[in-house]
Design a protein around this ligand. Structure first.
Ligand code: SF4
Length: 389
């Protein structure tokens, strides 16, 4: 594994290395996804963290990759802060997405989130949403308990993390998440709310990665980047089977996303780390599973395992009332073209999303109109018990 160049880079730089790449590629959420290039991304880079912040590598038990990093803020207002990270998603959502280039403030906010049990993606997203609402006059200083919620304000970031934790003042509403807060604030706010199925969107803008738009729309738990991440194929211009694909087209995205979702679900069953699943590969995972359990599972059966999980989870969501109508994207991704960067002018139109969904449901063997797995598909996968009566 350590001979692989990507893994070696992950070992040295952790996930933080991604921040300059996503900024250069117009993927980095910036000021509540108003842009996808952050002019000050270099200040949050892995190079800066390595030089000024990290003191040692950290690994999950037995992993030779050690992609985790432990850091200490050495000077300034947050001196003495010790935190594991700062991971890419935190730099993206609590840094660039809040317009903040001060890694020490982001590290401090990260430490508070860890201590208080807050997710840094959702927290960063809801704070950035609050900042945009404030700057657009949807929220006033009275609403925000006196906090000047402006992009770039480290003070606001930290104050709001504390308010959310203790549900004080505006924090009581922010703690409900972007979806509920936007519904309360009205139509103007809903237009700038970045969430899918109630989960705040993570650190990649799908306007410059259409396949990721499909992945967010169809992810079982909402706007999540860990179920499928077709972005690397889109940036390389080549699908897994070698077919040349245009980065901004929707060609083959349904196929790529479905395959990644199924494979990822199978690896999740093994409690495998998703950072190395591309390097390990399904053949080796199937071999390891067989060696550990005595089961004789073929590579095809291993992949099928993931497909069964994906169908079962979909049926769980269907039972809870979710169908194709919920496989949507935030209005900003569909209606507002990116204003700058290499993907300037790009957006993911509703028509493109609907076309990818049609292809995706067809590939999955689900009803195209409702997005519900068909009886035939469930029977084929041995999931008859999940058919709704
Ligand atoms: S298991 Fe995964 S997350 Fe943990 S150190 Fe290894 S590569 Fe990093």
């Amino acid at each position: 594994m350590l001979r692989n160049e990507t893994i070696r880079a992950r070992k040295r730089w952790g996930t933080a290395r991604t921040i300059t790449l996503t900024s250069d590629q117009d993927l980095l959420p910036t000021r509540n996804f108003q842009e996808a290039t952050f002019q000050e991304a270099d200040s949050l880079s892995a190079e800066v963290l390595e030089k000024k912040f990290w003191i040692k590598h950290k690994a999950c038990h037995g992993c030779p990759v050690n992609c985790g990093k432990l850091g200490v803020v050495r000077t300034g207002a947050y001196a003495g802060t010790v935190v594991e990270g700062v991971e890419y998603e935190t730099l993206a959502l609590m840094g660039a997405n809040c317009g903040i280039a001060d890694y020490e403030a982001v590290a401090y906010a990260n430490m508070l989130c860890d201590k208080y049990g807050l997710d840094t993606i959702s927290t960063g997203n809801v704070i950035a949403f609050t900042m945009e609402c404030y700057e657009k006059g949807i929220l006033t200083k009275e609403d925000t308990s006196g906090v000047e919620c402006r992009f770039g304000s480290s003070k606001a970031l930290i104050e709001l993390v504390k308010h959310i934790t203790f549900r004080e003042g505006i924090g009581n509403q922010l703690a409900e998440g972007v979806k509920r807060l936007a519904e309360k604030l009205g139509e103007k706010a809903e237009k700038i709310a970045l969430q899918v199925k109630g989960l705040e969107t993570p650190g990649y803008d799908p306007r410059s990665s259409p396949g990721l738009g499909l992945a967010y729309a169809t992810a079982d738990r909402g706007g999540c980047h860990t179920r499928a991440w077709p972005t690397s194929y889109e940036m390389s211009g080549k699908a897994p089977d070698g077919t040349v694909i245009d980065r901004f087209s929707t060609v083959k995205r349904a196929e790529i996303v479905k395959a990644q979702q199924d494979y990822g679900a199978a690896v999740d069953c093994l409690v495998g780390c998703w950072f190395v699943r591309g390097t390990v590969g399904k053949e080796l995972y199937a071999q390891m599973l067989n060696a550990a359990t005595g089961i004789e599972m073929t590579v095809e059966e291993f992949t099928r395992l993931g497909e069964r999980v994906w169908n079962l989870v979909r049926m769980f969501n269907v039972r809870e009332g979710f169908t194709r109508k919920d496989d949507v994207l935030p209005q900003r991704f569909l209606n507002e073209p990116l204003p700058s960067g290499v993907a300037k002018g790009q957006r993911l139109t509703k028509q493109q999303l609907e076309q990818m969904l049609d292809e995706y449901f067809t590939l999955r063997g689900w009803d195209k109109n409702t997005g519900v797995p068909t009886k035939e598909k469930l029977k084929e996968l041995g999931l008859e018990f999940a058919v709704l009566q």
